[in-house]
Design a protein around this ligand. Structure first.
Ligand SMILES: C[S@@+](CC[C@H](N)C(=O)[O-])C[C@H]1O[C@@H](n2cnc3c(N)ncnc32)[C@H](O)[C@@H]1O
Length: 261
């Protein structure tokens, strides 16, 4: 696990700072793999190496390919998240860093934004954006796999994930969300934006799934059931909406309940 940004302040959420259960620079073992199934949702067959290689390759062109369609949806997700001054926020799969800089502005100088992404090249593009916008002091970037978050349990107010959960194979989805729950404080919020299979009959969903099946190297993700995934992971759903990109997208906000909640 590499850190590509400035060091987090002492006592912050990076593993090794204050929680003796997690050693420096290491992440906890994920929970035991379990069987998880979402009806109709396709599996993801690509290895981590293939995914990393793909995003490294397209990092510099990603905005050209995706910004026009994904930008407005991400904005709606950030509005639902409503990050506040002083909060500590984690973005998983930050890509070219548009949301990192928005989040850094929202949390202000007293807050902190952490970001983790599998792709080193995405990290470089994001770091450059943060430098340009003079926000690098508020953001700590790490290169790694979201299945093993290198952050201390129960230290974060907010987790944000946009167009990333659908890259994980179905049995991995609850493992990633377990990690999100672990790092969130009680009553912490999570917002997930993801391509949705809630309306499986749409033509675009069918075309997308056909392409994913036949050309998995070009289309590594597929529509999933976002709200269902968050509910199954034990989050209390607060707000949820669907938006139309060229495919249906779900934006869902969940809250980590107290142990008794
Ligand atoms: C489709 S892009 C979305 C980027 C950004 N969130 C956005 O909305 O523009 C998915 C991002 O997730 C990252 N990613 C893929 N698998 C990951 C993993 N296992 N752990 C962390 N990041 C991952 C990719 O490198 C890529 O930057």
């Amino acid at each position: 696990m590499e850190s590509t940004g400035a060091k987090a302040p002492a006592g912050h959420g990076l593993a090794g700072s204050s929680d003796s259960r997690i050693g420096p620079g290491t992440a906890p073992e994920p929970s035991q793999p379990r069987t998880y199934h979402q009806p109709g949702v396709l599996r993801v067959l690509q290895s981590r190496e293939e995914v990393k290689h793909f995003y490294d390759k397209i990092a510099k062109a990603y905005d050209l390919l995706a910004e026009h369609s994904e930008g407005p949806v991400r904005q709606a997700g950030l509005e639902m998240l409503n990050a506040r001054p002083g909060e500590h926020v984690l973005e998983i799969g930050f890509g070219t860093g548009h949301c990192l800089s928005e989040l850094a502005r929202s949390v202000g100088p007293s807050g902190k934004v952490l970001g983790i992404d599998l792709s080193e090249k995405m990290g470089e593009v994001s770091a450059e954006r943060l430098r340009r916008e003079n926000l690098e002091d508020r953001v700590e970037l790490a290169c790694g796999d979201a299945l093993h978050l290198p952050y201390v349990s129960q230290t974060l107010d907010v987790v944000f994930m946009s167009f990333t959960l659908e890259l994980f194979d179905t049995p991995e989805i609850p493992l990633v969300l377990d990690e999100c729950r672990r790092v969130l404080k009680t009553a912490g919020r999570i917002v997930v934006i993801g391509m949705s299979r809630a309306q499986p009959d749409s033509l675009m969903t069918e075309v997308f799934e056909w392409t994913h099946r036949h050309f998995p190297n070009y289309l590594d993700c597929r529509p999933i059931l976002v709200r269902q995934a968050l509910e199954d992971a034990g989050f209390q759903i607060g707000d949820a909406k669907t938006m139309k990109m060229w495919i249906q997208v779900e934006i869902v906000c969940g809250m980590k309940p107290s142990k008794n909640g």
